[in-house]
Write a protein that binds this ligand. Structure first.
Ligand code: THU
Length: 133
């Protein structure tokens, strides 16, 4: 269970990360802050590309940063859109996160307040590697 202080800290980190989003094409900067099981926080923004389909969301950027430094166990991820607009992770990011567990708490903004949901609820009937031959 995340304390309200921890949630506020995570949202603040996501807001700071949004400053470094690279979103010249959509003008829709997003920030994400991933809480590791160690208590450390890893942040990222979305990174777009002139070849639009290559753009990567903030959530996946944060996971890639974490994995690259050897961290694969996550407790939560906070995601903020421009001006704290309501936003939830896209389907691709839900699937990407699920690789590392469905018990991750997703913190999103709803009407200016943080809202907590389990990835398990946001990605019902998830595909997982157990299904691979
Ligand atoms: N985006 C994210 O970074 N995270 C989301 O949860 C939704 C969408 C990015 C992708 C693209 O760079 C921009 O927001 C507009 O879709």
């Amino acid at each position: 269970m995340l304390s309200s202080e921890r949630v506020a800290e995570l949202v603040a980190a996501a807001i700071r990360a949004r400053e470094h989003a690279y979103a010249p094409y959509s003008a829709f900067p997003v920030g994400a802050a991933l809480l590791l099981d160690s208590g450390a926080i890893i942040t990222a923004g979305n990174v777009e590309n002139a070849s639009f389909g290559l753009s990567i969301c903030a959530e996946r950027s944060a996971v890639v940063r974490a994995v690259a430094q050897g961290s694969r166990r996550y407790l939560a991820i906070a995601v903020v859109g421009p001006k704290e607009l309501d936003l939830t992770p896209c389907g691709a990011c839900r699937q990407f996160l699920s690789e590392f567990g469905l018990d991750i708490t997703i913190v999103t903004m709803r009407g200016g307040e943080p809202r907590m949901q389990s990835l398990r609820d946001l990605l019902p009937d998830a595909f997982d590697a157990e299904s691979l031959p």
